[in-house]
Write a new protein. Structure first.
Length: 485
């Protein structure tokens, strides 16, 4: 418990405890007399209950006595009968048989321990209740047993019949019952009331103190837990920021390495292509001509791959720029797809090209990037189509607000896409290329990001269940000068 909690307990807390104790004592005193009277009434009720219980037991024993002692009230069956009676009630201390004898009562048989009564004794002036049983045959209870405040043995008597006549008396002594003195009971009750009030007051103080202490302890634990949680959150945020920064730096380092490596590779590749071109212009044999032609083709392919890596690195670092210039879009589209016609004809594919005549005017567009997008999509369409056709459609759309748009659709009848329309643009999709196809698999990723930089959209179109359709939409303002964004 901190100091603040102790201050709270030392002020109003102790005042509340004292008030609670005082109130409990007052309540105890006011209830004292009522409680004593209730105790006295309870004692009276207990004595009356004992009296009724003894009388009831005597009446219930009458029938049993008639059965057990009818044949031999004073003989061998007497002892067994007495034992049987004692077992009927655990409160019975002793049972005995009394018969008339010279004006008195002879103790004929006895079972258990009965104070002052032994077998063979003749009782004369005692046990008046037993004499009443001999006279009337009605069970009696020795009422003098209830008049003493000391320990007493309660006695009951029942008639023993033989051939319809009273042959003797069955006496039963019940175990000692102690009755409290009423005056002592009142004193004890008063003392109990004071003690009860004191105990209730103390328990109330302890309860209030315990509840308040627990509340302060829980509040303190909650505050500590909250501070720990805030510290853990702050530490976690710092770690996340640190890790994010590390990943960003690693990504930048990777992109810078790719750019540096690409530039380093492009220099010797340019020299290789230049020397190969010069060699092809010299007098070469047919075999040498074939060798140099393949060498130049391989150099061109390698240069294309290096350029793709450089573009991807530029996109990752955000250094790729879009340069707008006046361009006859129709001519540029034809040049981008022209070289793929040769590959399509070699595979005996039908090539369908439809270009809107309006596109043969001048527009402001990133000429190099438009060529790159169409080149990548056309190359994929021819590469992944073994039979059927490849179609290329380009239209100029006016969607209001004075803005015109270039809509391009490139559709093939090839193997189609295995993944969803969104995953094909993710770099993680590159490992899903068909095993019989080559390439880095990053053309779609690069093309879509460039399209987005140009303010356009690239998506996968719907087909009739076979092949692939790629749709590109790019804003295409009419030429009014050169600009850069």
């Amino acid at each position: 418990m901190d100091r603040e909690g102790l201050k709270v307990l030392s002020g109003p807390m102790w005042l509340a405890l004292a008030a609670g104790t005082f109130a409990c004592v007052i309540v105890g005193i006011s209830a004292e007399r009522t409680y004593a009277q209730a105790q006295i009434a309870l004692l009276d009720a207990q004595q009356e209950q004992v009296r009724l219980t003894v009388q009831t037991s005597a009446r219930l024993l009458d029938e049993r006595v008639k059965i057990d002692f009818d044949k031999d009230p004073l003989g061998v069956h007497s002892a067994k009968g007495l034992e049987s009676i004692c077992r009927l009630n655990q409160q019975i201390d002793a049972a005995y048989i009394l018969t008339p004898n010279r004006g008195g009562l002879l103790v004929q048989n006895i079972f258990g321990k009965s104070s002052g009564i032994r077998r063979g004794m003749v009782l004369t002036d005692v046990l008046p209740a037993a004499h009443k049983v001999l006279e009337s045959g009605i069970s009696q209870v020795d009422s003098s047993s209830f008049e003493s405040d000391e320990s007493s043995s309660v006695k009951s008597f029942a008639a023993i019949y033989r051939n319809g006549k009273i042959a003797g008396v069955l006496g039963i002594d019940y175990k000692s019952i102690k009755f409290l003195n009423r005056t002592d009971s009142v004193g004890d009750t008063q003392r109990s009331g004071w003690l009860l009030a004191f105990l209730v007051g103390m328990l109330s103080c302890v309860a209030v103190y315990t509840v308040r202490f627990r509340q302060l302890k829980e509040a303190n634990e909650l505050r500590v837990a909250k501070d720990d949680l805030e510290e853990a959150n702050h530490l976690l945020e710092n770690r996340v920021e640190q890790r994010t920064e590390e990943l960003r730096q690693a990504l930048d380092s990777k992109s810078m390495f790719l750019m540096s490596a690409g530039h380093e590779l492009r220099t010797p590749l340019n020299g290789l292509m230049g020397m190969t071109t010069l060699a092809l212009d010299t007098d070469l044999s047919e075999e040498q001509q074939e060798y140099f032609t393949h060498a130049k083709s391989s150099a061109l392919q390698l240069t294309h791959k290096v350029n793709q890596l450089l573009d991807l690195a530029s996109l990752e670092t955000g250094s790729l720029r879009i340069e707008l210039e006046e361009t006859i879009v129709g001519d540029e589209l034809e040049r981008a797809i022209e070289k793929h016609k040769i590959a399509a004809f070699a595979k005996r594919l039908e090539v369908v090209v439809e270009i809107d005549p309006q596109l043969f005017g001048k527009f402001l567009v990133a000429k190099r990037r438009l060529h790159q997008i169409v080149d990548n999509l056309s190359s994929n369409a021819v590469k992944f189509t073994e039979e059927g056709q490849v179609s290329f459609k380009a239209n100029l759309k006016d969607r209001g607000n004075g803005i015109t748009w270039l809509d391009i659709e490139i559709e093939d009848s090839g193997c189609g896409l295995e993944d969803s329309s969104e995953t094909v643009f993710d770099l993680k999709h590159t490992h899903n290329l068909p095993s019989n196809k080559t390439g880095l698999g990053i053309a779609l990723t690069i093309s879509r990001r460039i399209t987005q930089l140009m303010g356009g959209v690239m998506e996968v179109g719907e087909t009739d269940g076979r092949g692939t359709k790629m749709k590109v939409t790019i804003p295409l303002p009419r030429a009014s000068g050169n600009s850069m964004v």
